[in-house]
Ligand binder design. Structure first.
Ligand code: TRP
Length: 446
């Protein structure tokens, strides 16, 4: 027998869990570097518009469907479909979502593993273990395998414990720590020489770039990835929200937290890069752009930190703790998608489901680690640039074209009785029906 469904016990718990899912490597690493290579504040500006105009409505679609159906993505999409064909499409979309998010987790786990290794490095140096330190920071198959396994074990452990004792408990501990560490790091980095140049590069817009189609594509991809959309993550978290909650309000709080932390992360990463430049570290790549890929986090920042002497050790510990926490609250939300499906659909016990599926995903990660060059970029591109936008499109179609409008309204009215006369109900249905799908397709085919 499947266990009774879990539920978040408080608004705070849900907010920490959902913003924990949203805030991840995408915010602290992806957003600042995207901004840096797309004209600083021009990107920031476009991103803010897209996040609220496109991603927020799509987020709401997932939360509402999830809470209405109180089930995993496959079951939920089937519940809101009526005809045979749409039910088949529901099965397909739900299932592709589950597969997509599992593959996203398989590469996300690898990068998160690097973050743990870099977290241990300053500790090793503090203890005088220089060989260990060299091993931890050297990009080798052995190290990568070990740390992806470690990271996945922690993820499996939290998901095994369930919604309340696992996801909610850990997100409520980790997210406040993340915010505190981030604030402390920003304050410290802004006092260093060169930081103001970075702040300028970030906040002074180069509006000549704003019409650049690649900026739009990057900003939309960033917004969808960052809000964890399209693969049923937010749907499943939505399915654990109490009926008394006001969905439009908590949805907007999640979006605000996500965007807010991304913007704040920019105030850390860009100034840090220019501080590194001022201390002689190379921050531009061969093409003259800012180094944005893995090199930024695993080479530019560590080089900067080692020039900082003793304090650099503590800053490094804080920074990679921040990255590890951000990764973990996101990875649990990814693993929850297939696990919830297995528990509800195949009546598997949660612990077993978490172990089995988590191990299968770890095996995929290991295959990628062992064949990094051909596989890593491929998996990232197919999941985040092809699959995710198309699934986001499908979710909008399900919410706006297939599901009955009266049922949507009834669902939101629980916990928000006045919704019909408010601004949300005036704008949102039209948005999800027309603007979101069209915009997603237009940007997709750019
Ligand atoms: N949003 C997270 C980030 O910014 C990553 C994430 C969590 C995610 N769950 C997801 C991305 C589901 C895509 C789909 O890092």
């Amino acid at each position: 027998m499947a266990a009774p469904r879990g539920e978040f016990t408080s608004r705070f718990g849900f907010l920490m869990a959902a913003s924990g899912s949203a805030v991840g490597l995408g915010n602290i690493w992806g957003f600042p570097t995207n901004a840096a290579s797309n004209g600083g504040a021009a990107f920031l500006f476009t991103y803010l518009i897209l996040a609220f105009a496109l991603a927020y409505p799509a987020l709401m679609a997932e939360l509402i469907i999830g809470r209405y159906a109180r089930a995993n993505a496959v079951t939920a999409l089937r519940t809101i479909s009526s005809g045979n064909k749409t039910r088949l499409a529901a099965l397909l979309v739900g299932f592709i979502g589950i597969v997509t998010v599992s593959f996203i987790l398989s590469f996300y786990g690898i990068v998160s593993g690097w973050m743990i290794a870099f977290f241990f490095d300053p500790i090793a140096r503090l203890l005088g273990a220089s060989q260990l330190s060299a091993w931890l920071t050297n990009d080798a198959v052995m190290r990568n395998s070990l740390f992806v396994v470690l990271f996945m074990l922690v993820t499996i452990y939290i998901i095994s414990a369930g919604v309340k004792e696992g996801i909610e408990k850990w997100a409520s501990r980790l997210m406040p720590s993340l915010i505190v560490i981030l604030l402390l790091l920003i304050v410290y980095v802004l006092t260093l020489p060169g930081a103001m140049d970075g702040l300028r590069a970030y906040l002074v817009p180069d509006f000549s770039l704003i019409a650049d189609p690649s900026l739009l594509v990057d900003a939309m991809g960033q917004a969808f990835f960052s809000l964890s959309l399209g693969v049923g993550t937010m749907l499943i978290y939505g399915s654990y929200i109490s009926s008394n909650e006001n969905l439009p309000t908590i949805g907007s709080l999640v979006a605000l937290l996500d965007v807010g932390i991304a913007v704040m992360a920019g105030m850390l990463i860009l100034p840090a890069m220019y501080v590194a430049l001022a201390s002689g570290v190379e921050i531009y790549d061969d093409a003259g752009g800012l180094i944005a890929g893995p090199g930024l986090i695993v080479s530019v920042l560590p080089s900067l930190l080692t020039t900082m002497g003793a304090i650099g050790v503590f800053v490094a510990i804080a920074f990679f703790a921040l990255m590890t926490i951000a990764s973990l609250t996101s990875s649990i939300s990814m693993l929850e998608v297939p696990v919830a499906y297995a528990v509800e659909h195949h009546e598997l016990e949660r612990r077993r489901a978490a172990m089995l599926i988590g191990s299968a995903i770890t095996v995929i990660s290991l295959v990628i680690v062992f064949n990094f060059d051909p596989l890593f970029d491929l998996v990232v591109t197919v999941t985040t640039e092809v699959s995710q936008p198309l699934l986001g499109f499908a979710f909008c179609i399900f919410a706006a074209w297939i599901w009955q409008r009266s049922e949507i309204l009834e669902e939101i009215k629980q916990g928000c009785p006045e919704v019909e006369s408010g601004i949300f109900w005036k704008i949102w249905p039209f948005y999800v029906k027309f603007i979101c799908p069209v915009a997603i397709l237009v940007v997709y085919f750019q």
